[in-house]
Structures are given as C-alpha cells and as structure tokens.
Design a protein around this ligand. Structure first.
Ligand SMILES: [Zn+2]
Length: 115
C-alpha cells in the first residue's frame, strides 16, 4: 500500500488532489497534449481550490501581456472569452482593466500591463 502523501502547499493536510504545476488553463485546447502541463504535485482540496481563482487571473494577465502568437489568440478567443461570460466574468474584466496604464509610444496612446 503506497504511503499517504501530505499536501505540498500547506504541508499539513493529506493530499486528495493532484495540482498541475503549470496550470492547465494556461494552455490552449490545441496544446492539451503537452507533457509539460501534466506535471503534478499532491495537494489537499482546500489548497487546490484556493489557487484556482489566482490561476485564472494569472492566465488572463499573461494572455493580455504576452507575445501575440497563435496560441495566445486561441486562448483569448476561446477559454478567456467564455470566462468573461460567467457570473464572475465582469469582475475578471475589471481586474484586467485595473492593471492597464496608458503610455505614449511613437506618438500613439497604447496600454501596458502593470500587474
Ligand atoms: Zn493543503
């Protein structure tokens, strides 16, 4: 019988979940076969749930600030857009707007991300 594992975050409760080291929601669906995102660590349910809201915000900030490539566009147009339509979607949009600052670049006003 395998030894019971302790949660990697709190180090106190028994692990009941496997938390992805690289959050699954950072990857577009077309990259779901990536081996990198399969790395997991043992966690308790309480800690795993506690991080989930932060992971969504982190994903949105990275997608907003990241290099405009195909993976980012797919993530933005599918997973992130759907998340804005959920009950907490307007809060998530406001959270992103709060970290945008107007800056002048080559005579044009652009917005930069200041998390
Ligand atoms: Zn824990």
């Amino acid at each position: 019988m395998p030894a019971q594992k302790t949660c990697s975050y709190c180090g106190e409760r028994l692990a009941t979940d496997s938390e992805h080291v690289f959050p699954r929601n950072l990857y577009p669906a077309s990259k779901s076969v990536s081996r990198v995102q399969r790395l997991t660590i043992p966690s308790c349910n309480e800690c795993n749930k506690g991080w989930s809201d932060d992971e969504v915000h982190f994903r949105n900030v990275l997608a907003l600030a990241g290099e405009p490539n195909e993976a980012r566009r797919e993530l933005w147009e599918t997973t992130i857009r759907r998340s804005f339509e959920k009950s907490d979607g307007s809060r998530r949009v406001r959270d992103l707007i709060k970290i945008l600052r107007p800056v002048e670049i080559d005579g044009n006003i652009r917005h930069k991300v200041y998390p």
